[in-house]
Design a protein around this ligand. Structure first.
Ligand code: 3EB
Length: 326
C-alpha cells in the first residue's frame, strides 16, 4: 500500500478557513455537483449548489501532500490532519453500502496512523425513501453504526452531517481525521443523537453535536448538521421561518456549551464556512434573508439543494467556526 507523503509526524496542522496572510497552500476545495474538478485537492460535494461565492476552500499554513488514491480511498494529508473520502455507487442496500465504506475508510486511517475522526459528511441517494425502519437514512445509520462498533475504540463520536441527493448520488463519505483526539461538545437543548429513542430507528445516529481541534491560534468548531429539533422532536413542520429560527437557537445553545468547555465563545463573524441544505429551492430567498439578519456573513455561506434526514425538516445548517477571532 502506498503512503500519503509527506507527513510530518506531530506537526501542528494550521488549518485556516481564510487565505493565510502571505498566501498558503490549500488542503481542500469542495466542488458541487456538475462543477469542474481540476485540482488534485478537489473534493466532490455531490449536491446542486443554489448559491455560493467561489468554492469552499480550506487553507493551510504549511504544505499539503498531494491527493493520493489507495484502494478506493482518496486522501490529502497535512501534518496531523487528513481528509479522505470514498464512494459507493450501488446503494440498493444503504446499510451494506455504509458499512462497507466506513470499514474501508477506517482501515485506511488505521494503516496511516490517523487514530481519530473529527467529522464525517455523508451524502446518500434518496435518503427519505422507504417507510418505518426500512427508510434509507435509518438503514444507513445501521451500517455506519456497525462499522463504528467494529472499529472504534474511543469514548466519543465524531461530528456528522448526513443529507440526501438524487438517485445518482450513491453514497459518498468524507472524513476529516486527526492524530489528536478532538474535544467533543453536546447540546443541552437537544437529546444527544446517539441517545435518540427507538421511534427514530433501530440504530441511533452515530454522531456528536460538535467537535473542536486546535489550529495553532485557537480552536475550530466543527458543528454537526443542525435542524429544528428540540429534545428529540422536530418542530415547525410546515414553516421554513420557524425551522431556521429554531436551528439558530440550537446553535446559540451549542455556543454556550462550547464557551463553557473551551473558555471562549465562537462568533458567527469569526473565520468560518457555512453549508445550508434546503429541501425546497424556493426557500432560498427567505433563508438567505433570515441568516443575514441573524449575523451569518453571507459570503461564507453555500446553499445546497438536499433532502434532510427527517421528512418534515426543510432546512439544515452545518459549518466550521473559529472559536477565537483570528
Ligand atoms: C448524521 O450524520 C446527521 O438528528 O439533529 C442531520 C441534521 C442529521 C440533524 C439531528 C441529524 C440531525 O446522521 C444527520
Amino acid at each position: 500500500m502506498s503512503s500519503v507523503e509527506p507527513i510530518k509526524p506531530g506537526a501542528l496542522s494550521a488549518l485556516r478557513l481564510t487565505v493565510p496572510a502571505g498566501g498558503g497552500e490549500h488542503l481542500a476545495r469542495f466542488r458541487s455537483a456538475g462543477a469542474e474538478r481540476t485540482g488534485t485537492r478537489d473534493f466532490l460535494l455531490p449536491l446542486e449548489l443554489l448559491e455560493g461565492h467561489g468554492p469552499e476552500t480550506w487553507w493551510l499554513g504549511e504544505d499539503a501532500a498531494p491527493r493520493t488514491t489507495v484502494a478506493g480511498v482518496q486522501a490529502v494529508a497535512a501534518g496531523d490532519l487528513l481528509l479522505c473520502e470514498a464512494f459507493e455507487a450501488d446503494t440498493r442496500d444503504p446499510r451494506k453500502a455504509a458499512r462497507a465504506l466506513y470499514v474501508r475508510l477506517f482501515e485506511f486511517l488505521q494503516a496511516h496512523d490517523y487514530g481519530h475522526v473529527v467529522k464525517g459528511w455523508n451524502y446518500l441517494a434518496d435518503i427519505n425513501q422507504g417507510h418505518g425502519d426500512t427508510e434509507r437514512y435509518k438503514q444507513f445509520c445501521l451500517g455506519r453504526g456497525e462499522a463504528l462498533d467494529a472499529a472504534w475504540n474511543h469514548e466519543y463520536l465524531p461530528a456528522g452531517t448526513g443529507v440526501g441527493g438524487g438517485p445518482d448520488t450513491g453514497l459518498r463519505v468524507t472524513l476529516l481525521a486527526s492524530r489528536q483526539a478532538p474535544r467533543v461538545i453536546e447540546n443541552p437543548r437537544q437529546v444527544s443523537a446517539f441517545r435518540y429513542p427507538r421511534q427514530y430507528g433501530p440504530q441511533s445516529p452515530s454522531f456528536s453535536r460538535a467537535t473542536t481541534i486546535g489550529n495553532g491560534r485557537g480552536e475550530l468548531l466543527f458543528i454537526s448538521g443542525t435542524a429544528a429539533i428540540v429534545g428529540h422532536d422536530s418542530l415547525h413542520a410546515a414553516s421554513i421561518e420557524g425551522q431556521v429560527g429554531e436551528t439558530l437557537r440550537n446553535w446559540q445553545s451549542l455556543f454556550d456549551a462550547c464557551e463553557r468547555q473551551c473558555g471562549a465563545r465562537p462568533s458567527l463573524a469569526n473565520e468560518a464556512w457555512y453549508r445550508v441544505y434546503l429541501r425546497h429551492p424556493e426557500h432560498l430567498d427567505i433563508t438567505r434573508e433570515l441568516l443575514g439578519v441573524n449575523g451569518l456573513p453571507l459570503e461564507r455561506v453555500h446553499f445546497y439543494r438536499a433532502d434532510i434526514c427527517r421528512r418534515e425538516l426543510l432546512f439544515e445548517l452545518d459549518g466550521i467556526i473559529g472559536v477565537r477571532p483570528a
